[in-house]
Design a protein around this ligand. Structure first.
Ligand code: HEC
Length: 86
């Protein structure tokens, strides 16, 4: 009976550690800056366009257009567009 108790505790510990680590990963993604996301995502298919290539209004449109191509979340797109508008 005692053995089962110990096994359950150990397994719960593993699940807890796994959950903690999965949280860490998603935190990392949300902590990335627009510049990082831009460098990682926007050069897969073409050269990274520089912030000065387009006006702020044009970047809004490009962001929507490229979000569907690069499969970005809304948060990632907003960060990239904010970076490109500067
Ligand atoms: C999956 C491939 C792919 C990814 C990833 C991608 N693009 Fe593009 N991009 C294209 C293609 C293809 C075109 C040209 C055809 C078109 O306009 O749809 C293009 C065109 C553009 C243009 C020209 C203007 C326009 O809207 O047509 C800009 C600026 C641009 N991309 C910026 C970006 C930025 C910024 C990112 C990162 C968020 C990005 N792209 C990620 C494929 C991609």
């Amino acid at each position: 009976m005692k053995k089962i108790f110990v096994i359950v505790i150990v397994l719960t510990g593993f699940v807890f550690i796994a959950l903690m680590n999965s949280c860490k990963v998603s935190q990392k993604v949300s902590m990335k800056t627009g510049a990082q996301l831009w460098a990682e995502n926007c050069q897969r298919c073409h050269n990274t366009p520089s912030p000065s290539s387009f006006s702020p209004q044009q970047w809004e449109t490009v962001g929507l257009h490229m979000q569907t191509r690069a499969l970005l979340t809304d948060e990632e797109r907003n960060k990239i567009v904010e970076f490109l508008k500067q």
